[in-house]
Design a protein around this ligand. Structure first.
Ligand code: FE
Length: 311
């Protein structure tokens, strides 16, 4: 039994107006209405929403919504989670109404991230998705919202939980000790890095259908005054051509295209020693800092040591 995609993301945000301007004027997301608590629903495809921004006194992760295909898979995974001793709580009526899902349960992962398992998202077919600025759209079909990279002190425990309990597969590792996990052909829907303090999101990646969508967003960031924190670049692991913009909540959105798809039949796990093929200036600097911090304490220290002897 396995999760099939990152269905939705819920955030508590302090500055909803700034978020709405970033989401619509720059990113091209469509406002899909408001929740009963004032939440701003954002769409990037046929679904009612993929991102919910809840007005809050703190910028925080409210929930990561992991989807399973249908009711049979939902019941089976719920039974497995409970059998494994995971503290799983049923959704309240308000939560279920807010998520626009048939069924949903809540639990907390080992690093403290509030997580949800659900099936049956609402697709308002009478209101087709329409991006808020001219663009070709978002790549979500069969792949989910995108990917999230989070920080955790104990990456290995997170890997075991997501693989053993939620059915993810390890795609690859970064030498500094990050793990990238997939639940569909997208290279990763979830990444866990030790190079930071959790529970905190480092970034949410959303993928467009065209590089022109990405280029125009770069121009619009400057025009609208949203700080670019990593220049246009390409990652070595998922091949995403992307840039990073700072959000009003202090974490980043990676806005990209041309991400690689993984074929389970032929893929083998490996370790990447570097995150970027080119570009991503400033993220590169962060990688260098992370590598300088404590390479000997990563799970791949023996590989680093061998490299040093060879050189
Ligand atoms: Fe990313």
């Amino acid at each position: 039994m396995a999760v099939c995609e990152l269905g939705y993301l819920g955030l508590g945000v302090r500055d909803l107006d700034a978020w709405q301007r970033l989401a619509t004027a720059v990113l091209g997301l469509q406002v899909g209405g408001r929740g009963s608590d004032g939440a701003l629903y954002l769409r990037c495809d046929e679904r009612h929403h993929r991102i919910a921004l809840h007005p809050s006194s703190a910028d925080e992760v409210r929930y990561l919504g992991w989807q399973v295909p249908g009711p049979a898979e939902f019941e089976a995974m719920l039974a497995e989670l409970r059998a494994a001793g995971v503290d799983v709580r049923d959704a309240t009526a308000d939560e279920l109404a807010s998520r626009k899902a048939v069924r949903m349960v809540r639990f907390t992962d080992p690093a403290g991230y509030p997580s949800e398992l659900f099936h049956g998202p609402l697709v308002p077919a009478s209101q087709p998705f329409h991006p808020s600025r001219p663009m070709s759209g978002f790549r979500t079909a069969g792949l989910g919202l995108g990917h999230v990279l989070v920080f955790a002190d104990d990456v290995a425990t997170m890997e075991r939980f997501y693989v053993d309990r939620l059915g993810f597969k390890v795609t690859d590792y970064a030498l500094r000790g990050s793990v990238f996990l997939r639940c569909n052909p997208r290279h990763h829907s979830f990444g866990v890095s030790a190079a930071g303090k959790g529970p905190r999101i480092n970034h949410l990646m959303i993928e467009t259908l065209s590089i022109d969508d990405v280029g125009r967003a770069l121009d619009l960031c400057e025009a609208e005054g949203f700080p670019i924190v990593a220049s246009l670049g390409r990652h070595t692991n998922d091949h995403m051509v992307s840039f990073y913009v700072d959000t009003p909540s202090g974490f980043h959105i990676e806005y990209g295209c041309m991400g690689r798809l993984i074929d389970d039949a032929t893929w083998t796990v490996h370790v990447n020693d570097w995150g970027d093929a080119w570009g991503h200036k400033r993220v590169q600097e962060q990688h260098q800092r992370a590598m300088r911090v404590d390479p000997a304490k990563t799970p791949f220290a023996h590989m680093i040591a061998k490299e040093r002897v060879a050189s």
